[in-house]
Design a protein around this ligand. Sequence first.
Ligand code: ATP
Length: 312
Amino acid sequence: MIDARQLTKKYGAKTAVDGLDFLVKPGTVTGFLGPNGAGKSTTMRMVVGLDSPTSGSVTVNGHRYAHHRAPLQEVGALLEAKSIHPGRSAYNHLRALALTHGIPHRRVDEVIELTGLGSVAKKRAGAFSLGMGQRLGIAAALLGDPQTVMLDEPVNGLDPEGVLWIRNLLTSLAEEGRTVFVSSHLMSEVALVADHLIVVGRGRLLADTTVRDLVREAGGDTVQVATQDPSQLRDILAGPGVDITGHVGSEELRVTGLTAREIGLRAAKHGIALFELSTRQVSLEEAFMELTREAVEYHGSTPGLESLGRPA
Ligand SMILES: Nc1ncnc2c1ncn2[C@@H]1O[C@H](COP(=O)(O)OP(=O)(O)OP(=O)(O)O)[C@@H](O)[C@H]1O
């Protein structure tokens, strides 16, 4: 369990993390999302004591990281900055870590096996590809068999096989009852593994929600329907929680608040012929961009996002 309370970090005049309150619970994967510069890495660094809060606090299983007697056994972290000696082999790197943290030697072989590093474990870490480096970082994070695992942008630069591997690993760690906290700036990636989401922008909490609720709040799925007399169809579909839009002179309507099945059945009951009946699922990436729009530090021009969830 990670518990942040009014967590704040200032670098001079810059407030990187601004009064964050959140709880990361065990047994599930929690995604930590936000655009570049939102404060995700700074928050994670504070969780493992690499940075200290200007005010507020963050604890792991009720204690600050520095107060744990065996921190590596409590929380394992993969952070962006790597501190691996390039001349050292993966095996020796892990062995040294294990030795200095009182972790049994056999655990080194276990994490090498778990992360698929067997064939390269004796090679210099400096010659590792990005993907192998990530695996080594994850092996180090898992070395202490920690109850809490925290990974900062773990899929950055990985090939599809590596991405799939990380997804399966995160899911199985959560299934074992561990607390899994994983950051990303890509909603689509996080939505595949996370049930819970903590979304930040400019250091502030924007949402503490589930993937399902985020979709619902973004307007839910839209059904596109076409018929000869759209105003007649409008009348029979109208009701509380139903939103219908369409252009004058067009046979198409877009409906939220009803499923395609419900629309089809109502139209049939009233003898209305439909030419089209299709569901457009709300894009999580769009929902995320809508949520963080105000918080993005540098805007490019992104036309077409104005109509999210509420098509004209
Ligand atoms: N050591 C530092 N000194 C000054 N400013 C910093 C420092 N570390 C981070 N910042 C600033 O704090 C803000 C948050 O940065 P942080 O790296 O935590 O964001 P992030 O969400 O992890 O972004 P990214 O996805 O780009 O890694 C940024 O504006 C960054 O420039």
